[in-house]
Design a protein around this ligand. Structure first.
Ligand SMILES: [Zn+2]
Length: 60
């Protein structure tokens, strides 16, 4: 099971997301399947979660 499966799973649609070789923790990527913005939370094992929505209502 410890093969080179360097793919994270999209938490939204379940698609396998291949992390770039130079991917870094905290990097934002986009799911190619559903277009959701994802944040890399771990490289090994590859894990992503849905990136927090940026809100533009600062200082209200
Ligand atoms: Zn997705």
């Amino acid at each position: 099971m410890a093969d080179s499966s360097s793919a994270a799973e999209c938490p939204v649609c379940g698609a396998q997301i291949q992390l770039a070789a130079d991917a870094v923790k905290g990097e934002l990527i986009e799911c190619s399947d559903c277009g959701t913005e994802l944040e890399i939370i771990s490289i090994d094992p590859p894990q992503v979660h849905e990136a927090p929505q940026e809100e533009e209502d600062w200082g209200e």
